[in-house]
Structure formats: C-alpha cells, structure tokens
Design a binder for this molecule. Structure first.
Ligand code: BMA
Length: 836
C-alpha cells in the first residue's frame, strides 16, 4: 500500500507555498518514486538525470542537494473502524533525513534522523475506508547546518557531522558525493490493541558442556497503552527436535513493563561461525495475550552461543593485552574485512546483492565483518544472512573520521534515541559480536591535537557515556568498545586494543601519545613490507587499492578515457593524491605502461600485500587475534581498497585472501639473515597431523632440493614447524619455494626470494582446456610447462563464480577450476585466460 508514491522538487520553501501538503493539490504531473528507495534513483528512472556512476556524471547531480523534495501518496484504509482500546501507528522505518509529515493536510510532525524510525499515532486522523493523503517534505540537508555554530568540526565535508545521516554520502576517499534523500525504508500502518511487544531480547547466559545444557534468557519489552489489567506473555523456543515454552503473567501496571523468561535447553545445538561448526538457529516466538485474545506476536531467529571479548594480559608478550573474541569458550582468530554500504543509494539495494556479497565473504573463509561507522546500520537482510551463514558482525555506531557536536542537546538526544532503537533492533542476532563507538574519531583527533592533551575528543560524551550506557541497558551481553581503533598508547596501539595499520598505503608511521605524527608516502614508506613490523593485537583495518576488472571499467569509463590517470579514471579514484598507488606498485611490479598493466599490476600489489600482511598476522596468533582488511566491497564502480567490486567481480585480492584465510595455513617467514621459517597456523578445533612437502624449484621447473616434514600442530595454535638457516637453501631470483600438504589440510603456498618485478621467470603460455559440465557449469583445466604467474580466468558476467582464480601454475602440475554461473548459461567461449 505504501510502495508507489509521487515525487517533485521545489526551491526551498516553495513546496508549502504551492500547497503541496494539502489534500487538494494536484500531483498528477509528478514523477513516480518507489518506497523504499530514494530521489536519485527515481530521477534516473524518469530520465531526468543520467546514471550518476558513469564517467563524471556525479558532478551533474549536485543540484539535487539544494532542492526540497516532496513525496505524496493517496491511499485507502480498507478496514472497519477502530474498536475501543485500539490504535493505528503510522511507522516510517527510515526517513532520510529532515522530513515534515502531513496526513490529510494536517501536519503530523517532523523527523531528523535517518537511523531511527518515525512513529505517529494516527488513530484519530486516519479516515477509515476512505481516501487519505500523505505528504512529506525533505529539506535540503545543508539547511540544517547552523552557519553560526560555535562548533568547528574537523573532518572531510565536515558539515555532515551535524546530521544523523549516512556520512559517506557526502563523499569519501572511495565514495562519490551523492547524499541520498527520501523514504529509504518501508512504511507501515500498525493496528494495535491495548498493549504491544516493543522488543524481545534473546541471550545466552551459560553453556555447560559437561551437562550438555544451556541457560538462555528472553527479555520482553512491552507497552501498555489502553489497559492496566494483567497481561500474559508466552515465550516459545523451538529448535531441531524440541520446543520449550514458558508463560508469564504481567501484573505491573506501568506503561513499559519488562519480563524475562529463563529457559534451560537440554542438548543445545550451538551457533558457531561456519569455519568452526554450524550456525544453528532456533525460532523464538513471543506472544502477548489478554483474556485469551492474542494482542501481539513477534518471531525471531536466534542462536545459542556465548561471546566475550578477552582483554587479559598476554603473558608471552609482557606489557600487552589480548584483544580476542571468545566464542562458546573458544578463543578465535577473526578473519574478515570491513564492510561499507553495498550501494551509494542505500534505500533499494536488492536482497540478492547482499546474498551474493555475504556468500562470497563466507566462500573466502571470512568469519567476521565490520560494519564501518561511516555507512548505515545495515538492513535486516544483512544480519539475517550473517546469522544463517555463520559470519560474526563487528557493529560500529554511525560516526566516522570527524568531530561530532556533543555540546548540542538536541543532537545528543537524537544520538541517544538512535542508539536505543538500533541496539533493540540488532541485539538478539547471534552474529552480533561487538558494539563499537565510532570509526577513527579518537585516533584522528589525537593525531591533529597531538600536543593538546587537555583538549577532549569531541563526541566523547557519546563514545564514553551514552553508547556504553545504552548498550549495557538494552543489551548487556554484547561487549562494547569505544572506537576503532582504540586502546593503548595512542588510540592505535600495537600493545592494547584494536589497530588500523595505515603505515602501508597512507604512510602513517606508528607513534605514541604526545609524539608529533609523521608520514612517509615514498615508495619505501608505503610498502606492504611494513606489515612485518606491526605487532598489533587485532588489526581491524589495513589494505591497498586495486583496479576493478576491465569489464567494470568498460561499463563506466568512456572509451577515450580508459587509461591510467585519465580524468575519468582519476574521478573514479577518490583518494588523494591520485598517484598513491603508483608508489605502491613501484616496489612490487614497477609502473604500468597501459590499462591492462595497470589493472594487473595494481591487483598484484594489493593481493601480494594482503597475503604478506595476513600471513604475518596469522602467524602471530594468539598475540594477534584478528584481521579485518579494508575493505570487502564497493558502493559504486571505483578504484579502491575493495576486493569485490561494485558488481561483485572478484579482484585478485579476493582469491588470494580466500587462500590465506583457509582454516589451516602454511606460510614462510623470510629472516633478515636470508634464512627462512616455515609456520603452520591452525584455526581448527582439532590437531593437524600432516606431512609438509617443501621444494625449492626453478621457474623452469627443475626441483633443486626437497624435503618432507612430518608435522603435528595442536588445535587453535600457530607454530613454527621448520627452520632453514641461511645457506641451507640457496635463494635466487630464478627460483621459489613451494610448500604443499600431503593430506590436503592446507592450500599450497609459495615463497619468492625477490620482489615480483625482479623474478627471472621463463615466458610461458599456459594451456587451458574447457569442458561443458552442464548449462551453468564449466570445468577448466589449466597447465603450463614452466611456472606461470597470476594465471586468471575472466568472464563478462558478474555472477560467474570460480572455485579458484589468480593463481600460480607450477611446471607440469595441472589445476582444475570449476566455473559456475547460477543466473545465466555458460559456454566455453565466455571464459578467457590471462597471465603475467
Ligand atoms: C580508514 C577508514 C575509512 C577510509 C579508509 C581508507 O580511515 O576508516 O574512513 O576510507 O581508511 O583511507
């Protein structure tokens, strides 16, 4: 009923003057807009603007920000009149952002927060069985920034900090400036009778493995609005093979009573991340009734699991503390990436996009994603999928890279209301691992005001008081952390808390409180080799740029601009200066000569860098207990840190991280004296017993030396299983070390002794044999007579999935890749073979 609206823009103030809020107004010339959605997409659909992502069309959209936008809808309420004790609530789950709402010409009220719902009691105002008219006016966001404010925030597009609105919309170092406007989440009319369920919170208190028992709780928040008589609440938990039910009576007559059911679950089936077990889900049903009449009902998917954040001192690295998640009593290594909104236009992202991206994250062995604070509290489908796929979520509150006006009482009240709303909304998801106050606000503040320790962090009222209070009162189970990064000796410490490593790429040299920040953006300064010097506890951001695949550029960059640093390409790179990536490539591959080289070289630099960093951090387990690299995905077609581009095409970095995130990893650590250590990192909950075959081979294919090492690596540990002194193996530019498993417990790995650009490889043409398995599946066999580097398959359709890609072929060792496209049929000629 609330899906198809009318839309029109006016100069600020002119909509009301024209009577756009009144019932009689004639909106027949207005364009259509779907809800949920936004103004930009409606304008594209109506042909009023061109695709904002193509070329530099973004710049032609700036006028949209300066207009006021009106939505109108005529609707019928097809029901009988309200009975005594009943009410109608009109609920806007998301208004973006400064909206005034009229019903049948009468002003209902205003709303100024994209991140919490707007609720209006329309019981007395709705015309039952007749035509009703809704009108909404969205003000230009910048009109709500007070030019006389005494608060002078720092941060990119700092005016954004005055509004509770997705911050990345005002432009980011990977995102265009396309601030959304409109009704971005569903609208509903709720008919309620006497009392309702405001929220249910499911949590696990204790798991007793000896007795095979779990103690869980379900707290129900109620609202009475037209009764003070007893209410009945029934909580029913049903899982595989069993149902437990508890009935409670609510005698308290207060307006917002709470009741909690504590349930003992025999033989609980625990929720685990997909890499350590199964993400088992139960159904929780809460029913509110009175005198035999059901008044309200809520249904949640829940999981039985405990999750804690261990920050105890690390005995093996004195002076430091762990930062590790403990799931069902097991300390885990978090492997994943940072998540940004999957589209600049956040209102109507298809569920299939979430399914594809999150399945890809799981396929890449990721067990945690961080919802970054400059985007949105994600749509329900995101958390539902993470629950189902067994991926943990680190949830930032939506504040990023800026100073926020915590001196302003109205703004502070919005923040508090938003926090209550979001914590209630998300707290029962088994995937939820952490509430985090913001992205980088403490650490950037400290870098700017490094010699002003007396100057408090603007926004500290939120991160240090309001948010921890709200998470504790509404949730009380999920740990809270004040910021990312936070903790230790400079809010970005290697000794304590989580850390963002921007030494690599941005050239930020590690420091301590009171030290002047120093940067080095030279090729050596931004080199990924610095990861080896990072002794952090949990690395929640680190990464490098890479181009997307050619197909993505073809769709968005005009043919005459398809070269490195063209105006259109640089427009699709939002980081400054535009040649940062060149400094990274210089030490890895050298500079590219053409677009093909740029795509491959930037992908190589990113992929090899992520591999190098993740291998180092995983070897450091448990002293380091997590890597979330920056960033999983994109919100538009862009040159960025992502490993999956806007359409979902995987870059080389995606396939490299899939391999280095394998539950068991064998990796080599080069020593300064030329020696080498061989490590096996075992994230599984059982011992790994295997034989590791180590071979020194020339790129031509000759095996110079080989050894088979029997290994036993205990559950959930990382250990050195072999050490080769300098001289024992003879390094060289014409050779590499290959490390493989006899039993297949880990993916084959390799170690080069010199940078990629110095490798003395034999030019080689790999061979490809493609067989059609069925309409949607191909089987590709690849082989090469000598070592082939960066061998990859490309397909023009983004739903094409490769079991592996961007890999090395060892001489005479064929490799099979399965190719699958669930959406369109595949033919052998769709696949092309490339290598470097
Ligand atoms: C960190 C993030 C983002 C940013 C990224 C790359 O600062 O939190 O704000 O996009 O690095 O610069």
């Amino acid at each position: 009923m609330f899906e198809l609206w009318k839309l029109q823009d006016f100069a600020p103030g002119e909509g009301s003057a024209a009577g756009a809020h009144s019932e009689e107004y004639n909106d027949s010339a207005w364009i259509d807009v779907t809800v949920p959605g936004d103004v930009h997409q409606a304008l594209v659909a109506a042909g009023r603007i061109e695709d904002p992502f193509y070329d530099r069309n973004e710049l032609k959209c700036s006028w949209i920000e300066g207009r006021e936008w009106w939505y109108r809808l005529q609707f019928q309420v097809p029901t009988e009149p309200l009975q005594p004790g009943e009410r109608y609530l009109l609920v806007f789950q998301g208004l973006d952002t400064f909206a005034t709402v009229w019903l049948n010409g009468e002003r209902l009220g205003q709303h100024a927060n994209m991140f919490r719902e707007a609720v209006f009691d329309v019981s007395q105002k709705l015309r039952i069985g007749k035509q009703n008219c809704l009108a909404l006016c969205f003000d230009p966001p910048l009109h709500h920034v007070d030019p006389n404010s005494i608060f002078r925030p720092w941060g990119h597009s700092a005016e954004r900090v005055f509004m509770r609105k997705a911050q990345f919309g005002f432009g980011w170092d990977w995102g265009p400036r396309l601030p959304t406007i409109g009704i971005w989440r569903p609208v509903e009319l709720r008919r309620q009778n006497r009392a309702c369920i405001q929220g249910a919170h499911f949590f696990t208190l204790r798991i007793d493995p000896d007795q095979d028992l779990a103690l869980v709780g379900a707290r129900v928040d109620l609202e009475r609005f037209a009764t003070d008589q007893p209410l009945n609440v029934t909580v029913r938990l049903s899982g595989p093979g069993e149902t437990i039910e508890q009935a409670m009576q609510v005698l308290k007559t207060e307006a917002f009573p709470k009741v909690t059911a504590y349930l003992q679950v025999q033989h609980p089936r625990l929720w685990w991340t997909h890499d350590l077990g199964k993400p088992e889900l139960y159904d929780l049903q809460v029913t509110l009734s009175q005198e035999g009449h059901v008044l309200d009902r809520q249904q949640l998917k829940v999981g039985i699991r405990t999750l804690a954040l261990d920050q105890s001192p690390d005995p093996e690295e004195p002076g430091t503390r762990f930062f590790r998640f403990v799931m069902n009593g097991v300390p885990i290594f978090a492997k994943g990436a940072d998540w940004i909104p999957a589209d600049s236009f956040v209102g109507a992202i298809p569920a299939g996009r979430y399914e594809a991206l999150l399945s890809a994250a799981r396929e890449a062995n990721m067990n945690m994603l961080r919802v970054w604070g400059g985007g949105i509290y994600e749509h329900d489908v995101f958390y539902d999928l993470c629950d189902r796929l067994g991926i943990l979520v680190w949830q930032d509150f939506m504040f990023a890279c800026a100073a926020y006006p915590d001196h302003d009482p109205a703004f502070t009240a919005e923040v508090e209301a938003e926090a209550h709303y979001q914590v209630r909304r998300l707290r029962s998801h088994p995937c939820l691992a952490l509430w985090c106050g913001n992205n980088e606000n403490q650490s950037i503040h400290d870098r700017i005001f490094w010699n002003r320790p007396d100057y408090p962090v603007p926004g500290a009222l939120f991160y240090d008081h309001i948010l921890p209070q709200v998470t504790s009162s509404e949730d009380g189970q999920t740990p809270y952390w004040p910021g990312s990064p936070y903790g230790g000796s400079d809010y970005n410490s290697m000794d304590d808390g989580d850390r963002h490593d921007w030494w690599v790429w941005h050239g930020e040299i590690p420091r301590r409180f009171g030290e002047e920040p120093r940067g080095d953006q030279s090729p050596a300064g931004v080199s990924y080799l610095h990861y080896a010097e990072d002794r952090g506890r949990f690395i929640s951001e680190f990464g490098m740029h890479a181009a997307p695949v050619f197909e993505t550029l073809r769709r968005n960059i005009p043919a005459d601009g398809r070269y490195h640093h063209s105006a259109s390409m640089d427009h699709h790179n939002k980081d400054n200066p535009k040649d940062k990536g060149d400094n990274l490539m210089l030490t890895v591959t050298g500079l590219p000569k053409d677009l093909d080289e740029y795509i491959d070289f930037s992908m190589i630099a990113q992929a090899e860098g992520l591999k190098f960093g993740i291998e180092h951090f995983r070897r450091r387990k448990p002293h380091c207990s997590g890597t979330l690299f920056w960033q999983l995905n994109d919100c538009w077609p862009v040159l960025s840190w992502s490993v999956l581009d806007y359409y979902g095409f995987g870059k080389a970095g995606y396939f490299y991280t899939q391999r280095v995130y394998a539950p068991v990893l064998a990796s080599c650590k080069g020593l300064v004296d030329g020696g080498l250590e061989l490590w096996v990192t075992n994230d599984r909950l059982g011992e790994v017993a295997d034989n590791v075959s180590v071979r020194l081979r020339t790129f031509a294919g000759k095996t110079l030396w080989e050894e088979s090492l029997p290994i036993r690596v205990s559950a959930n540990t990382s250990s050195m299983v072999g050490r080769f002194r300098a001289g024992e193996i003879s390094p060289g530019a014409d050779r590499y070390l290959s490390v493989s498993s006899a039993k297949g417990s880990f993916p084959t790995n390799r170690h080069f002794f010199v940078p990629i650009k110095e490798l003395q490889r034999i030019p080689v043409k790999p061979e490809m044999i493609v067989a059609q398995v069925d309409e949607h599946n191909l089987r590709v066999e690849l082989s090469a007579p000598a070592f082939a580097y960066f061998v990859h398959l490309l397909a023009p359709h983004e739903a094409t999935r490769f079991s592996d890609n961007y890999l090395d072929l060892e001489a005479g060792e064929p490799c099979i890749i399965s190719v699958f496209n669930p959406e369109v049929s595949l033919a052998p000629e769709d696949i092309t073979l490339h290598w470097r």
